[in-house]
Design a protein around this ligand. Structure first.
Ligand SMILES: [Zn+2]
Length: 128
């Protein structure tokens, strides 16, 4: 049997991601050819030494280009390092009061919650 080579999609960065250096594009390409192919905005900000807003912009563009599906990760102060829930990005923030699935507490204030965006790529992406 011959296995199909993994699909590789190319993202032309010159229009919307022109702020990326060639070093940053190489790091992104490497990241999005890993088997896992997921990234949170916080991870990308750290990986690329970018501010959070620009890291978020990359993920929003990837979804707009249909290269990734994004989720809004919800963190509660009961487990600050692990997301307690994930909802499709674009549905907005959860309505309050919100029942935390981890500790079952009724959350009445957004100050108790933290959010991040998780992008999942279906295929490998090369940033050029
Ligand atoms: Zn909780």
């Amino acid at each position: 049997m011959i296995s199909r080579p993994p699909a590789l999609l190319r993202l032309q960065c010159h229009q919307r991601l022109e702020f990326l250096s060639s070093d940053q594009k190489a790091k992104l390409s490497k990241h999005f050819t890993d088997p896992d192919k997921t990234a949170t905005a916080h991870q990308l900000a750290a990986l690329l030494d970018l501010n959070y807003t620009l890291a978020l912009e990359i993920l929003v563009i990837l979804e707009a280009e249909k290269l990734c599906q994004n989720q809004l990760l919800i963190y509660h102060q009961c487990k600050p390092n692990v997301p307690v829930a994930a909802i499709p990005y674009g549905e907005g923030f959860p309505n309050l009061p919100w029942s935390c699935p981890a500790c079952e507490k009724e959350v009445k204030n957004y100050d108790e919650l933290f959010f991040d965006i998780l992008a999942k790529a279906k295929d490998s992406i090369e940033f050029v």
